[in-house]
Design a protein around this ligand. Structure first.
Ligand code: PEP
Length: 312
């Protein structure tokens, strides 16, 4: 078991709370935020440094790392098949992790056929929440599923930015996906202006609470959240592991308030924003980072395989 928030290599005092939860306190002497791996700046500093981590964990929680690619508007069906054929031998039997590819709607069927029997999950990048109707250009959750999708990305910042996706739509799409048995991967994240104005947590809480409106712990069972700071998507600027961890821990707290601690402990929270083979391991070493949503680096079999094999 690895406690949430725990740092490797630091001694810990562990005790069992009266509520049945295991608590660990780690104490580190540090002289600067940088030394503690915490970026300087008003958003992160000052904060208590003498006791820099209060970790809490449950014995029965396991969040299998989920590594998902988001191909955006790249690759035809045949190109998707060629990718998967090259990718398969690079990731082997995927033990201890799940790999997923969010492909264009036109490639779902062929990609799913190529990935059959490998454990690689194929998904859609968007759905509309109605079952059917006069919605030109849209696809429903059932259509994505029938084509071979096992998951769907919902509320990606590009959809929020270019297509007016609202929290209300995200909520309805989440419900439609869950009702159809698709794993919903719901994206939240702040813009640079929001981060700089100190409203990151407010934005994250409002997006996540909006997505979860009317969602029960039962509906939320397959749910995956992706924290994607907008300023880090496709820009080459990655949030530091400490920045991402802080946002993930905050999101887990919002999940706990909305759905209870059991659900919050079980739901995987992915980080997305310029994840590359050389930064995946550091990000995924953080206690609340349970995987990655990867754009650019998921377009080449070799670089995405290195991310999937982040710990090897
Ligand atoms: C994304 O598309 O969700 C994404 C995180 O892109 P990139 O990895 O290219 O920043």
């Amino acid at each position: 078991m690895r406690a949430q928030g725990a740092r490797k290599g630091l001694p810990a005092i562990v005790f069992l709370g009266r509520n049945g939860l295991l608590y660990a306190i780690q104490v580190a002497r540090v002289q600067s935020p940088a030394q503690a791996g915490i970026p300087d700046g008003p958003f992160f500093w000052p904060r208590p440094m003498s006791c820099n981590l209060l970790a809490r964990g449950r014995d029965n929680v396991s969040r299998t790392p989920f590594l998902a690619g988001n191909w955006k508007m790249y690759k035809t069906g045949p190109e998707a098949v060629a990718f998967i054929e090259a990718f398969k031998p690079l990731v082997g039997n995927l033990s201890g992790r799940e790999a997923a590819l969010g492909v264009p709607a036109t490639a779902i069927f062929q990609a799913a056929q190529a990935a059959a029997g490998t454990g690689i999950l194929i998904g859609a990048q968007n759905i509309w929440y109605e079952k059917e109707g006069a919605y030109t250009g849209e696809i429903s959750a059932a259509m994505a599923k029938a084509a071979g999708a096992g998951f769907v990305i919902i509320g990606h910042s590009e959809r929020r930015q270019y297509y007016g996706e609202t929290d209300e739509w995200v909520n309805k799409k989440l419900k439609a996906a869950a009702a159809e048995g698709l794993v919903p991967v719901v994206c939240v994240g702040e813009s640079l202006a929001e981060r700089e104005s100190g409203s990151t947590f407010k934005v994250l809480e409002s997006q996540l609470r909006g997505a979860l409106d009317g969602i029960t712990p039962e509906i939320a069972k397959p749910l995956v959240i992706a924290y994607e700071p907008v300023w880090a998507i496709g820009t080459g600027k990655t949030a530091t592991a400490a920045q991402a961890q802080e946002a993930h821990a905050f999101l887990r707290g919002v999940l706990a308030k909305a759905l209870g601690t059991q659900s919050a402990d079980a739901i995987r929270i992915l980080y997305g924003g310029s994840v590359k083979p050389d930064n995946a391991k550091a990000l995924l070493s953080e206690a609340d980072i349970d995987g990655a949503l990867v754009g650019g680096a998921a377009l080449k079999p070799d670089s995405f395989a290195q991310i999937v094999n982040f710990d090897k």
